[in-house]
Design a protein around this ligand. Sequence first.
Ligand code: B1M
Length: 215
Amino acid sequence: MSIVQEISEFLQKGRAKNVKALVQQALDEGIDAKTILDEGLLNGMMVIGGKFKRNEVFVPEVLVAARAMNAGVAILEPKLVEMGNEPIGKAVVGTVKGDLHDIGKNLVVMMLKGAGLEICDLGVDVEPETFIAKAEEIGADVICMSALLTTTMPNMKGVIELLTEKGLRDKYIVMVGGAPVNDSFAEEIGADYYTPDAATAAEVAKKAVEEKKAN
Ligand code: B1M
């Protein structure tokens, strides 16, 4: 097995220490950072994302795999910046105002990173104005909102209304999700996409950003 395949395997098992050591070893052996990222780390995360979607692994496995990925990315980051390896796009992600649930939101963050997006994680209980101000500040392509409570779902609509008020609605791809959210709610509030899970959110975001940039 090649060292990049080993990185992918260890990542899938959530073995952060092994991933860190192997990423460093691969760099020392002269393997370029992009190959390590694509064929090692992202490959492992894609496998885990697929298994998560098919209910073959669950939240704890995804979280440890994501932690291992972050450990590997931290070693690669300086090299990738040196290489001018641009992310495919940028997204702000947060749980809406009044809502403190962040486990699903954190999975969305990790999966989006795995899909090659640069993420600004706004955390929980995020004011509508903060979503927009941060998106404007970093030049985001996507605004991602999570809500777990039926009482906080309407705050997603608040963000979209504020975007419209400011004449910024068409500038952003707006994605929503969370246990009580569904397609018809997303349509009703004028979001661009609802996705039921983090892996699908990453797939959809990647495709939408690529389409946006192609136009
Ligand atoms: Co809360 N809670 N909770 N809670 N909690 C729920 C959501 C609830 C359904 C439990 C229940 O009553 N059966 C209920 C909501 C009822 C409703 O609104 N109809 C509820 C309630 C009532 C409350 C409190 C009001 C309880 C109280 O204080 N009386 C309170 C509210 C606090 C607040 O937010 N203001 C509260 C508090 C908490 C804890 C703090 C104890 C804890 C949160 C810890 C944390 O997040 N750090 C908690 C938890 C853990 C839950 C349950 C048990 C689990 C949620 C979870 O993390 N699931 C939950 C019951 C349940 O959902 N079965 C419940 C795992 C996670 C991976 O799934 O977040 O759905 P989820 O994310 C999924 C998808 O939804 C999707 O991707 C993930 C999978 O890949 N997804 C997106 C999420 N965001 C997305 C965004 C996207 C795309 C996909 O695009 C942008």
